[in-house]
Structure formats: structure tokens, C-alpha cells
Design a protein around this ligand. Structure first.
Ligand code: GDP
Length: 528
């Protein structure tokens, strides 16, 4: 096996999806703890808070107690290298989340054992399903009053229409929760609750008949375990790797992230079951991860990760090849060559200059705005990755300035946020007021706060008489011209110069579509 093939086979790039409060942050900490990336749990939050304290625009975040920025954590466990891509948890940021999920090969779905499938879990699950992202389920908070595991399994099965099979089985619940029996390996590693944050090895039992079980656990707990496991094995489909990797079956691990229960099993499960980097669709062909030349795409752009720099970081998912520091990559949108000398690898403990990176890894490339979401970089080949979309915004507002002299600055700010993917900006063909489009109301508040903090401009968002935006395409140039000529008052350009139709209301949209049957009104646009 070549170094490249070896690196590919060991990589696991995944995201955690969860409804807020299900325990995503706690689980992330524990995964890093077992991965040896952090010594003390609590570090993720502490570091996050430090960052927040330094950064003004995140005030909104802090006040609302939500997390709007995504990050990437690289760590090792059991001869595997994991890239955990954090997804923003709030529903207002679904577009960002969607794009984050284009950069992973699998996902862990965290569910609160008392609450089951919640609205946001469901939405995120649907996004994964659109892309056939395989999902491992983690039922968290088993140390609290929890629902019956059989009931939880059938709820997942029914509400998400997916096959479900337990990969571990909980021993008791609430105060009597003692740990999880590993069904895939047919063994039990009993952890000591009191050891809290220390990643200890635990005591091991082999098989349900191991007499050690009777010594270690109370008699009624062993009896229930044996009975329930037998039932579960009879009722649930057997685990099938192919079916899981195709996104048709989810293995379920039970646990309590806060007590380290079930976390190690989950991590082992990810290492063994989750797919290594998948082939990625580009125009014309699939790109295999073990192709020797470097290719990849930008799925996220973020400013202000380091408040001392005004640079932006482009999050670049490597799809093929061995990346070495200094490699010259072709930026497909501009055709320019880019010598990548200062990319960073997001090691969970810290950020470090990326000397080497392999398919599945995510590196951060600092830039001054040249790299945008959806951009492809290659080691020469003319190729574009597809599938990183823009969605038509659901809410549109007009931006107003208190000081009209600052209009140029405002434009710069709006373009910057559009490139970051934080919002979309539309410049009407007639009139001078720019429109900003977002997918959730909260984003307007975040934007106004950032415009003030980063550009020193007081701007307000006001209702506009625009109800929807659609990208326009038409193969017939004569028809296109007729359309443009008769709709000038309702047309605008997005930040890439693509033509957009802005309708006043549903009736207006329907009427225009009827009048111009050859014109396509698109809800999504692939970047570039
Ligand atoms: P997130 O919003 O999904 O990131 O959730 P957090 O990880 O911040 O957890 C939400 C709350 O649930 C916090 O108060 C955690 O301490 C608590 N929590 C997380 N995991 C567990 C668990 O396994 N058991 C119990 N009892 N509480 C937990």
C-alpha cells in the first residue's frame, strides 16, 4: 500500500449533528479526551469562551448563548486520524450547516435519551440523507431519566424511516445506569463513574455468559441485560456495513457523555465502521481520494478566528493527493496559481502549520478574500467540484445607513459577508438600496452587529417589499432579453454578478413564471 492509500484508509472525517442541548459539546470534549488531544475535559468550552471574550461581534452569540461559528478538530485514536467538523447548532444557520456537511464522509447523530428525535435532529438528518451521508446514532444522557431503549429505537426507525440496530446496549438507566454492553464485539468494558474525566481503561468481560459479569453487576441488572440483549438481537436487523455506508441503516450506541460512558465504544465504532474519504463528484468525473495529484474545495470562509488578523481563513477539504507545504495549486475560478505556504491544520490541541495533509483532512488557507465558498483548487487539472450550493434566501431586507457618506464601506462589508457565506447581497438594476438575504431572522442581528464592530458603520435592516429571490437561467437569448427588458424593476445581481429575480409576492412570482415559460427560476445555485 502506498503512503497515500494508507493515509486515506486511516482517515475518518465526520460531523456531529444534534438538537441544541442534546450534548454535542460534551461529547466533542470526551472524544478529544479519549483521542488524547486534550488532558482535561472542559477545554473546548474554555477555549471557546476565551475566544469569545476577545471578539466583539460575537456579542450576539454570547447574549443568545448559541454558537454560530464552525471549527475543525483533528485528532488520533487507535491508528485512525479523525477530522471532526463542528456544525453550527442553531436552526437559523442551516445553509452553513448544509455546506459543512458537504465536507464530511459521515456523521454522528446525538439524541437526548429523554427527548428522542427533536426538530433540529430531524432537519439535519434530512440534509445528511440528501447526500447519503452514513450516520451513527449516539443516545446520550442515559444517566438521567431516559426512555426505554426499545421505544427509542422504534422512534428513530419510524420518524426517520431508516433501519436501526443497536451497537451497544445500556445497562439500566438514570441513577442505576452502569454502562453499555458492546454488541458488535460481544463484550463489556465497565467504566468507573467516579473517575470522571480520566480516560481509564475499565474492567473487561467477554460475552454475556462471562461469570465476571455476575461479580461486577447487581444480579437484577445482569438478568435484565441478558434478557434485553436476547430480545434486541431477535427484533432488530443485524448490523450490515454496506447498508450503513449507503445511509440506509444506523447503528445506535447508548451512553452518557458526561460520565464517559459509551464514548470509547462510539469512537471505536467510528474508526471501524465509518467510511474513509469518499470519491467526490466533480464536473465530468468522480475524483478518487488515492489519485496522486492534490484536489479539493473550499466549503467555508471565516473571518476573525484570530482577532489580531483581519485575514480570512478558507476551510479547504482535501479530496485527493498528498498536500505538502508550499505546493502550488491552481485556483480554478481565477486561473491563478497559489503557493500554499501558510495553511494551518486544526489539531484539536492547537493550530499548526500544515506540512503534510491527506485526503479527508481539512486545512485552513489564510487569504485576503480571493478564496470563496465553492472554489476548487487543483495541482493543475482543470476540474470543478460540484455540490456546494447556495440557497435562495428566505428573508430579504433593505440596508439603510445613518451616514450616507459611508456607502462604499457598507458595500465592502456586505460583499465580504456574502463571500463568507454569512448572507447574500443583491444589487438591484434600478435604485441604489442594496438588499440582503438570509435564511433566518437572527442572521440580520448578527450582521448588523458585525457591520458595526468590524467596519464601524451603523446600519439598520428594514423590511423591503420583496418576498422571494430566484436565480434566473434561460437557454434562449431572445427570450432572456425579453424577460430582462420587461422586468428591470425586479431584477438584481448577486455578489458574483448572477442575475436574480425579486418577486413582491407569490402572485407576482407565479404570474411572471407563467408569462415567461422558457425562463428557469432557480431556488439553488451551485457556486461558480
Ligand atoms: P449542546 O448544546 O448539544 O452542545 O449540549 P451540551 O454538551 O452543552 O450539553 C447540554 C447540557 O447537558 C449541559 O448542561 C451538559 O452538562 C448536559 N449533559 C451533556 N451530556 C450529558 C450526559 O451524558 N448526562 C447528563 N446528565 N447531562 C449531560
Amino acid at each position: 500500500m502506498s503512503d497515500l492509500q494508507d493515509a486515506v484508509s486511516r482517515r475518518r472525517t465526520f460531523a456531529i449533528i444534534a438538537h441544541p442541548d442534546a450534548g454535542k459539546t460534551t461529547l466533542t470534549e470526551k472524544l478529544l479526551l479519549f483521542g488524547g488531544a486534550i488532558q482535561l475535559a472542559g477545554a473546548v468550552k474554555a477555549r471557546g469562551e476565551q475566544r469569545r471574550a476577545r471578539s466583539d461581534w460575537m456579542k450576539v452569540e454570547r447574549e443568545r448563548g448559541i454558537s454560530v461559528t464552525a471549527s475543525v478538530m483533528n485528532f488520533d485514536y487507535d491508528d485512525r486520524t479523525f477530522n471532526l467538523v463542528d456544525t453550527p447548532g442553531h436552526e437559523d444557520f442551516s445553509e452553513d450547516t448544509y455546506r459543512t456537511l458537504t465536507a464530511v464522509d459521515s456523521a454522528v447523530m446525538v439524541i437526548d435519551a429523554a427527548k428522542g428525535i427533536e426538530t433540529q435532529t430531524r432537519k439535519l438528518f434530512e440534509v445528511c440523507r440528501l447526500r447519503d451521508v452514513p450516520i451513527i446514532t449516539f443516545v446520550n444522557k442515559m444517566d438521567r431519566e431516559a426512555r426505554d431503549p426499545f421505544e427509542l429505537i422504534s422512534e428513530i426507525e419510524e420518524t426517520l424511516a431508516i433501519d436501526v440496530t443497536p451497537a451497544s446496549w445500556p445497562i439500566g438507566s438514570g441513577r442505576d445506569f452502569l454502562g453499555c454492553y458492546d454488541l458488535l464485539r460481544d463484550q463489556l468494558i465497565l467504566m468507573d463513574k467516579r473517575q470522571g474525566d480520566v480516560a481509564s481503561q475499565g474492567v473487561k468481560c467477554e460475552g454475556l455468559d462471562d461469570p465476571k459479569l455476575d461479580e461486577l453487576l447487581p444480579a437484577h441488572a445482569v438478568a435484565t441485560l441478558r434478557e434485553e440483549v436476547e430480545m434486541a438481537r431477535g427484533l432488530c436487523p443485524e448490523f450490515d456495513l454496506e447498508s450503513y455506508r449507503a445511509g440506509h441503516l444506523t447503528p445506535v450506541f447508548f451512553g452518557s457523555a458526561i460520565n464517559n460512558f459509551g464514548v470509547q465504544e462510539l469512537l471505536k465504532g467510528l474508526g471501524e465502521l465509518a467510511p474513509p474519504p469518499r470519491p467526490q463528484p466533480a464536473d465530468g468525473r468522480m475524483v478518487e481520494p488515492d489519485e496522486p495529484k492534490v484536489t479539493g474545495f473550499v466549503f467555508k470562509v471565516q473571518a476573525n478566528m484570530d482577532p489580531n488578523h483581519r485575514d480570512r481563513i478558507a476551510f479547504f477539504r482535501l479530496c485527493s493527493g498528498h498536500f505538502r507545504r508550499g505546493v502550488k495549486l491552481k485556483h480554478m475560478r481565477s486561473g491563478k496559481l497559489l503557493a500554499v505556504n501558510n495553511a494551518v491544520l486544526f489539531l484539536a490541541r492547537d493550530r499548526e502549520l500544515a506540512e503534510d495533509a491527506w485526503p479527508g483532512d481539512i486545512i485552513g488557507i489564510p487569504n485576503h478574500g480571493s478564496l470563496r465558498i465553492g472554489d476548487t483548487l487543483t495541482e493543475g487539472e482543470d476540474l470543478r467540484f460540484t455540490g456546494v450550493p447556495s440557497f435562495a434566501p428566505e428573508l430579504l431586507q433593505r440596508v439603510r445607513l445613518d451616514d450616507p457618506m459611508r456607502v462604499k464601506h457598507l458595500r465592502k462589508a456586505l460583499e465580504h459577508f456574502a463571500e463568507e457565506g454569512a448572507s447574500q447581497v443583491f444589487k438591484p438594476m434600478l435604485g441604489s438600496d442594496w438588499l440582503v438575504g438570509v435564511v433566518g431572522q437572527l442572521q440580520f442581528e448578527v450582521l448588523a452587529a458585525r457591520i458595526e464592530a468590524e467596519y464601524g458603520i451603523a446600519a439598520r435592516f428594514e423590511t423591503a417589499s420583496v418576498d422571494a429571490a430566484r436565480w434566473i437561467e434561460c437557454e434562449d437569448p431572445v427570450e432572456m432579453k425579453r424577460f430582462v427588458d420587461s422586468n428591470r424593476a425586479n431584477l438584481a445581481e448577486d455578489h458574483d454578478g448572477a442575475l436574480v429575480f425579486l418577486s413582491r409576492n407569490t402572485w407576482h412570482m407565479n404570474r411572471t413564471q407563467e408569462d415567461f415559460p422558457k425562463v428557469q427560476f432557480l431556488k439553488t445555485r451551485e457556486q461558480n
